[in-house]
Design a protein around this ligand. Structure first.
Ligand code: ATP
Ligand code: MG
Length: 566
């Protein structure tokens, strides 16, 4: 059985929870403090959502707390815009860091003090090798490294140089501060790693105060210790950094002793989850910004109409493991449909309209038919929808020469118009090119409400909108952004972009109650799927985004697997 089959929280692997539980029962931990540590160099994506749900989820489960800490140690890529976007996304996902908003840059003074402390202990030194030499001196996996010529230089000289690095006396790259650990270590991260580098760059928060910036490896663990983090949870690529993490904690007068735990990052089919690649899509205008509904960013998912509840459910179902795997995007879609099915109001909306005239319906008459708002939730009640002589139906709900088992509108056959009447098509009117442009139909007044008066069976039910009362909308229809399940793996990422990922339908016809729709509200257009108002929509120009089509391929795959005994 594959791990995603398990939907109950208890059954899903989450080894971090087991670790924390163990730490509580052994007395190692009295309270749990976690953190989510984004680098503000782009918008968050669904992979980050996995980490957010894990970190905030563990804290909540064990009565602890989770900090939001910006890892802002690399001023050249970082922007305030990203900080604000990240805060908005975490909040929208349903998590609250309370008073515990931190920045690695808050700790710059303390980190500098720790670096000085290492120099004084003769555990760090200023190195002047150029990048090429540095690479050469590092050695390889099979060859030990060589000592830097400055490795054993006296403390005073190092203190002086480090202070002058800080004061901005040198150009970028002239010196670095390195930890003095082991140039022969089998772990390359332990071969005198760089702790500080010179960057004469302005920082979004500290401005021009600093000319040196700590590396991730030096800033991260010490920030964890300063904040009292107990479980520092990160992705597997940091496993080889853990010995360095521990070395710093052991060798510095830090106020607490955090531990690092690594889990497998989320990979998702038909998507890329790397800020660098997402940035490329944005900067090359291959999508309409970070929040383009085709993007796997939190802001893109939100704009598409995907609710935070579905993302949290997805995060629970995928579990937390120690081995890398790729999750099928159908599982996410399944979570979205399952949630929206429960909460979304049903409405009638025609995406590709075809005009229908009911010839025997009185001219100028309008009547209201009662429609169910959500069959999954009786409390959501009913609404009235106007019905009249001229209506729109979907173009593909009519066929002149239908194949077998086509139960929609065809000449001479009766079909149910949802909530209204039984309708029979009498004639299809065509333009000169032979396209059907209008249907002439009749209705049976005895079938009001769509009920059969004499037990005659009607197989097909289709939706419709009254022409006179319809409101117009543009609807953005989406497919996967990439047409390859592992985009960029076999070639250039850009070549895998699906040219049909966005189709905008104009002149869609919606029932009038949708005039008051608001951003963030999920709606199901019956038979067509789930839709959400785009934030750029105005009352005069309604724009919807397709959140999810109706079909549930995930459920189908599951059913097939089950019947195949997988
Ligand atoms: P990207 O690869 O998208 O650039 P990143 O690791 O550089 O991501 P950070 O801002 O450093 O992005 O990530 C913040 C936190 O989110 C880190 O703890 C990181 O391990 C975690 N994270 C990033 N990507 C994923 C992912 N795909 N799945 C799970 N967690 C992730
Ligand atoms: Mg990172």
């Amino acid at each position: 059985m594959n791990e995603t089959d398990e939907t109950e929280e208890e059954g899903v692997s989450n080894f971090v929870r087991d670790v924390v539980r163990g730490d509580f029962s052994s007395g190692k931990t009295k309270s749990v403090v976690t953190r989510f540590p984004p680098e503000p160099n782009g918008y968050l994506h669904i992979g980050h959502a996995k980490s957010i749900c894990l970190n905030f989820g563990i804290a909540a489960e064990f009565g602890g707390r989770c900090h939001l800490r910006f890892d802002d140690t690399n001023p050249t890529n970082e922007e305030i815009e990203y900080i604000e976007a990240i805060k908005k996304d975490v909040t929208w996902l349903g998590f609250d860091w309370g008073e515990h908003l931190y920045f690695a840059s808050d700790n710059f003074d303390k980190l500098y003090g720790f670096a000085v402390n290492l120099i004084e202990q003769e555990k760090a030194y200023v190195c002047d090798l150029c990048p090429d030499e540095m690479r050469e001196f590092r050695g390889t996996l099979t060859k030990p490294g060589k000592d830097s010529p400055r490795r054993n230089s006296p403390v005073d000289g190092n203190l002086d140089l480090f202070a002058r690095m800080k004061a901005g006396e040198f150009e970028d790259g002239k010196y670095v501060l390195r930890a003095k650990i082991d140039m022969a270590s089998g772990n390359m991260n332990m071969r005198d790693p760089v702790l500080y580098r010179i960057l004469n760059a302005s920082h979004p928060r500290t401005g021009d105060a600093w000319h040196i910036y700590p590396t991730y490896d030096f800033a991260h663990g010490q920030s964890d210790a300063i904040e009292g983090i107990t479980h520092s949870i990160c992705t597997l690529e940091f496993t080889d950094h853990r010995p360095l993490y521990d070395w710093c904690i052991e060798n510095l007068p830090v106020p607490s002793e955090p531990h690092q735990y690594e889990f497998a990052r989320l990979n998702l089919t038909y998507a890329v989850l790397s800020k660098r690649k997402l940035m490329q899509l944005v900067s090359e205008n291959l999508v309409n910004g970070w929040d383009d509904p085709r993007m796997p960013t939190i802001s893109g998912l939100r704009r598409r109409g995907i609710p935070p509840e579905a993302i949290r459910d997805f995060a629970t179902r995928i579990g937390v493991t120690k081995s890398d795997s790729t999750v099928e995007v159908e599982l996410l879609n399944h979570c979205v449909r399952e949630y929206l099915n429960k909460i979304a109001q049903r409405r009638l909306g025609v995406l590709r309209p075809l005009k229908v005239v009911i010839e025997n319906y009185p001219e100028g008459q309008t009547e209201e038919v009662g429609a169910i708002n959500n069959p999954e939730n009786e409390a959501s009640g009913r609404r009235m929808v106007p019905f009249s002589k001229v209506l729109y139906i979907e173009q593909n709900d009519f066929m002149e020469d239908p194949p077998k088992k086509y139960y929609r509108l065809t000449p001479g056959k009766e079909v149910r118009f949802r909530y209204a009447y039984f309708i029979t098509c009498q004639e299809a009117i065509k333009d000169v090119a032979g396209n059907v442009i209008e249907l002439r139909c009749t209705y049976d007044p005895e079938t009001k409400g769509g009920n059969s008066p004499d037990g005659r069976k009607i197989k097909g039910t289709i939706h419709w909108v009254s022409a006179e009362h319809a409101i117009d909308a543009d609807i953005n229809m989406y497919e996967h952004l990439f047409d390859h399940p592992n985009p960029g793996v076999e070639g250039d990422l850009i070549d895998d972009i699906n040219p049909n990922s966005l189709t905008t339908l104009t002149g869609c016809k919606l029932e009038p109650s949708l005039a008051n729709s608001v951003v963030g509200e999920a709606v199901q257009f019956e038979r067509n799927g789930y839709f959400a108002v785009d934030p750029s929509s105005t009352p005069d120009h309604l724009i919807y985004n397709q959140t999810m089509a109706m079909r549930d391929s995930w459920a189908k795959i599951q059913a097939k697997d089950m019947s195949a005994g997988k």
